[in-house]
Design a protein around this ligand. Structure first.
Ligand code: NI
Length: 139
């Protein structure tokens, strides 16, 4: 029998969307308020779902301790109370635009890398606000 296990984390971060090869008008037209030059912040809610076969001895489908450790060291310590563009190399200007979609992919990759092949990251959902979120399903 298989099951999934989801941990919800919350972090706060600032960002803006800007392609450096575009002028200010094109950035504003494409990204709207997200392109405001003096940054803005969100309280992100992120749900990370892992899963696998339920171990008949423990009843667990995944190692929650390993998941929580990965979320702390690879996600919270890196993103929480940071400026995603200035502080996180993957989102530096000219790299990935820090949209919810790209942040979800980045989190999925970081957590999967930390967990190793024994635990699969099945889904990552990143919400910038209660009514808007992006999801990735990396496997
Ligand atoms: Ni934003």
């Amino acid at each position: 029998m298989r099951a999934t296990l989801t941990r919800r984390i919350t972090f706060s971060a600032a960002h803006r969307y800007r392609r450096p090869e575009w002028d200010d008008a094109r950035n504003a037209a494409t990204f709207g308020a997200c392109a405001h030059p003096n940054w803005h912040g969100h309280t992100y809610q992120c749900d990370v779902t892992v899963g696998g076969e339920i171990d008949p001895l423990t009843g667990f489908s995944a190692d929650l301790g390993a998941l929580d450790a990965a979320l702390k060291t690879r996600v919270m310590d890196v993103l929480d109370h940071r400026n995603l563009v200035l502080d996180v190399p993957a989102f530096n200007e000219g790299q990935l635009i820090p949209t919810s979609e790209n942040v979800a992919w980045w989190i999925a990759r970081e957590v999967q890398d930390a967990l190793g092949p024994s635990t699969r990251v099945l889904r990552v959902r990143v919400a910038e606000e209660p009514g808007l979120w992006a999801e990735v399903e990396p496997s």
